[in-house]
Design a protein around this ligand. Sequence first.
Ligand SMILES: Cc1cc2nc3c(=O)[nH]c(=O)nc-3n(C[C@H](O)[C@H](O)[C@H](O)COP(=O)(O)OP(=O)(O)OC[C@H]3O[C@@H](n4cnc5c(N)ncnc54)[C@H](O)[C@@H]3O)c2cc1C
Length: 342
Amino acid sequence: MNILNNVDLSAANTLRLPCQAQRFTAPRTLSALRDVLGQARREGWAVTLLGGGSNVLLPEKLPGLVVRPALHQWWLSGHQDDQNAQEDDVFAHVGAGVNWHALVMATAARGLWGIENLALIPGSCGAAPVQNIGAYGVELADVLHAVQVMELATGRVDWLSAEECAFGYRDSLFKGELAGGVVITQLVLRLSRTPAPKLGYGDIAARLPSFPTPLAVAEAVCAIRREKLPDPHVLANAGSFFKNPLVNDEQVTQLLRQYPAMPHFPQGGGKTKLAAGWLIDQCGLKGMRDGAFGVHQHQALVLVHFGGGDRHGLMKTANYIAAQVEARFGVLLEPEPRLINP
Ligand SMILES: Cc1cc2nc3c(=O)[nH]c(=O)nc-3n(C[C@H](O)[C@H](O)[C@H](O)COP(=O)(O)OP(=O)(O)OC[C@H]3O[C@@H](n4cnc5c(N)ncnc54)[C@H](O)[C@@H]3O)c2cc1C
């Protein structure tokens, strides 16, 4: 087992927050993963799971063992034990360590529909179910068939159906009941050869011919995202820093009296989703800078790290922004990235 000591993780998270892991390992097989979890149990090391580091807020010192699953295999199969499977369905079996964007482009290039709108989301496939990644009108939950997990406490491997994952908006069982309890080791996605473009979001349709291929859709999504979002390799960030808040319909009615142009998206059940970026922008915070951190000049939802800061500084900036929004709109903003605590 290859366990490294005192590993610098500042380049292993897209916010480039300084972080020193006491121990780090990247197992390539299920049995290597089981072995290393067993050793962590015997030694009493706390285990932190890490993928591409694009949705985490890391502390400066991380004791215990950081495990980054390096299960890089993926393959396609024609059918699966599923009563609802259609003739044109193709199932993608994907190891946790596969890069999500690479998978999107590879399946789209094979003419398979399902995840093309999720192109250019950074990170690993293993982390994709944790916050039920979503973009341009599609969520992972729309295509997820099953998830394979390994229990940290026992090394036992199990399968969960999509229903069992309790997916919600940027939410799942892996953020709730199973948080810190399992490693996601494999996903099974249900893709299809039957054309099913979802072009109703943003200006994707305007960039495409009448009958686009999945690859053309994925490329259009990449082009839009490159125009709108800063590349973390150039300017450190974690994508959307705040979740779009869900508020009561009554509060929305009151806010609309004062702000008739406020974007709002009724979700049913008396709840409406607001656009966190719009709320931040209205507070005049787009482009603001607070030491090492700031709000991106074109995208109010993205906090950026100019270098030299740490998590404490980032949270100070984030709390300031949330306080401004709460004072003006009475709406609470919640960070989207996962706070990793020692
Ligand atoms: C520029 C940019 C754009 C983004 N755009 C979007 C977007 O459009 N939509 C969207 O939904 N997200 C977006 N994100 C957020 C992020 O890309 C996703 O949440 C992604 O799934 C995180 O993957 P990761 O491998 O980097 O996870 P990490 O950041 O490494 O980990 C995230 C969480 O998952 C846990 N975890 C990681 N691997 C596993 C595993 N194998 N088993 C169990 N738990 C695990 C970690 O412990 C942590 O709690 C964006 C981020 C950036 C930087």
